[in-house]
Design a protein around this ligand. Sequence first.
Ligand SMILES: [Zn+2]
Ligand SMILES: [Zn+2]
Length: 47
Amino acid sequence: MSVTGLCQICEAATARYTCGRCGRVVCGDHWNDAGGACTACLQGHQQ
Ligand SMILES: [Zn+2]
Ligand SMILES: [Zn+2]
């Protein structure tokens, strides 16, 4: 499945990944491949 739309963090770049933790779709700049989650999840644990 392809992700369409804008990154839900910066809302400026095309989203390419879907975070399995928060469900956000994010761009490459806001995806942490090593962490397997978006940067928002890795920086602040909001749950
Ligand atoms: Zn972004
Ligand atoms: Zn996330």
